[in-house]
Ligand binder design. Structure first.
Ligand code: NAI
Ligand code: MG
Length: 520
């Protein structure tokens, strides 16, 4: 554990690094100079940084400025094939990876976590330059969470027991939990490093091998992790990391005949395509998709907490969370006061340079996402919801959107039904418990939900009634590694984190032996 003083020093070091990153030239320095071993124009295959076969590259931006900060390799089907071959070799029976003791797999994850800790400031700075999230958050939330997740999975390999079965007749039968094999993992841009760790953690813990596709907006930190994987001493081919687009690179991972399982996080739209393709080859699939999560505030709550946490539930990470609390249902008796306080809080939200220590909100990831958000805001206005604060782009450089609050939102408004993925809060009014549970569940999604009340009976009754994978009571976004995360309904399939995640990375094999003597 780092002392406060050291933490402060590392934080300042990160800030200095990132202050230098203010100009385009300096951003390129951050990407290029600090770690000459990492060439961001290469792919990480078989423990080596290699050129893409076709030699194509694409540009990566800093969303706070719109400047190009790097060119990265654009992996094609051929590169995917090469990475899958590396996975296959690493997974071959008798290979170093297959013969490795389970506890030794855990040690590799512990080592990787230590390297994340060592390079925390650099990783946080790079994540912020590429994703736009406040450095304060990258440094204090994202990287520590990555470390916790890697250490959580590091403890699993030697604890995944099989069972001895009480089988009938003269037999001895037991189960083994074997790795599902070669895994394809496709991640989005909102939490590039966290979601990378959510994916590689269970893959390594269970003894699979994997090819990861980073998001085309945010490939930099994932490529850097390639260097850390080399340094941690993973055998070649266990984790391969590609930068590439969705329709070519992502799709060829999904379709590759040697890939046994797909783990995807992203839009529901793409999740359905991937699920359909994978089903054709009976591939195992886990999908973490969209949400429109209800946040239910009862009159008997602690109002200060409820206002602050509801604000956090929606605005955290620029509103770019699949589990954002994006339908805020407030009981009639406190509705007006809650709305007024939420508007005041949104007005105080500090938007700007993600490297400023006081900044709470950075830019959206891209021009496209900013436009999508502004379009949904416009639809809310036209539908008759009351726009109380925000509603516009902030400035003309980078992709910033003002913190926005709507009241008087109706259940059928687009802003109450579609995922906005931006800093736009919808406040709706309700009267009774039964009514609010029914309205909260009236959605195709079911990722998360929350309840604010001081009556725990009510908290439990409402939690039990909500059709969502995570329900938080008097809190939001608790992401402890031991807690499963995933969706009901069209929010996805399967669970990530926690022991539940291990099921989808393993196959249960049952071995049954005839025994010649009768069981006593
Ligand atoms: P997306 O779903 O298109 O992209 C996510 C990942 O899937 C990226 O790595 C992308 O390259 C890959 N991908 C795209 N098409 C693919 C295909 N045909 N085959 C294989 N992989 C493919 O998400 P996008 O376009 O960046 O954002 C659109 C919306 O999705 C957002 O506005 C938001 O509502 C939602 N979203 C949800 C996320 C979540 O955490 N569940 C994360 C990112 C976006
Ligand atoms: Mg897309």
């Amino acid at each position: 554990m780092l002392s406060k003083l050291v933490t402060r020093q590392v934080f300042n070091h990160g800030l200095r690094l990132t202050k230098r990153a203010a100009s385009t030239a300096a951003q390129q320095k951050l990407v290029g100079d600090r770690n000459p071993q990492v060439n961001y124009r290469k792919l990480f295959i078989n423990n080596e940084f290699v050129d893409a076969i076709a030699g194509n590259v694409f540009e990566v931006l800093n969303p706070a400025t719109g400047d190009v900060i790097a060119e990265v390799a654009d992996a094609s089907e051929k590169d995917v094939d090469k990475a899958v071959k590396a996975c296959k070799d690493a997974f071959r029976l008798g290979s170093e990876w297959r013969r490795m003791d389970p506890a030794a797999r855990g040690d590799l994850l512990y080592k990787l976590a230590d390297l994340f800790e060592r390079d925390r400031a650099y990783l946080a700075a790079l994540e912020t330059v590429n994703n736009g999230k406040p450095f304060k958050d990258s440094y204090n939330i994202d990287i520590p969470h990555c470390i916790a997740v890697l250490r959580y999975y590091a403890g699993w390999p030697d604890k995944m027991n099989g069972k001895v079965l009480p089988i009938s007749g003269d037999f001895f039968a037991y189960t083994r939990r074997e790795p599902v094999g070669i895994v394809g993992q496709i991640i989005p841009w909102n939490f590039p490093l966290i979601l990378l760790c959510w994916k590689i953690g269970p893959s390594v813990a269970t003894g699979c091998t994997t090819v990861v596709k980073l998001d085309e907006h945010t490939p930099l930190t994932g490529l850097y992790v390639g260097k850390l994987i080399q340094e941690a001493g993973f055998p070649p081919g266990v984790i391969n990391i590609l930068s590439g687009d969705g329709p070519h690179c992502g799709a060829s991972i999904v379709k590759h005949p040697d890939v046994n399982k797909i783990a995807f996080t992203g839009s529901t739209q793409v999740g359905k395509i991937i699920g359909g393709e994978a089903a054709k080859m009976v591939k195992r699939t886990t999908l973490e998709l969209g949400g429109k999560s209800p946040n239910i505030v009862f009159a008997d709550c602690n109002l200060d907490t409820a206002v602050e946490m509801s604000h956090f539930a929606l605005f955290f990470n620029q509103g770019q969370c699949c589990c954002a609390g994006s339908r805020t249902y407030v009981e009639e008796k406190i509705y007006d006061e809650f709305v007024q306080r939420s508007v005041e809080r949104a007005k105080r939200r500090k938007v700007g340079d993600p490297f400023d220590e006081n900044t709470e909100q950075g830019p959206q990831i891209s021009h496209e996402q900013m436009d999508k958000i502004l379009d949904l805001i416009e639809s809310g206005r036209r539908a008759g919801a009351k726009l109380l604060v925000g509603g516009q782009r902030e400035g003309d450089k980078g992709f910033f959107v003002q913190p926005t609050v709507f009241s008087d939102v109706r259940d059928n408004h687009r802003i109450a039904r579609e995922e906005i993925f931006g800093p736009v809060m919808q406040i709706l009014k309700f009267k009774t418990i039964d009514e609010v549970i029914e309205r909260a569940n009236d959605t195709e999604y079911g990722l998360a939900a929350s309840v604010f009340t001081n009556d725990l009976d009510k908290g439990i009754v409402v939690s039990n009634g909500l059709r969502a994978g995570s329900v938080w009571v008097n809190t939001y976004d608790n992401f402890d590694p031991v807690a499963p995360f995933g969706g009901f309904k069209q929010s996805g399939l399967g669970r990530e984190k926690s022991e539940y995640s291990l099921d989808s990375y393993t196959e249960a094999k049952c071995v049954t032996m005839k025994i010649s003597q009768r069981n006593s």
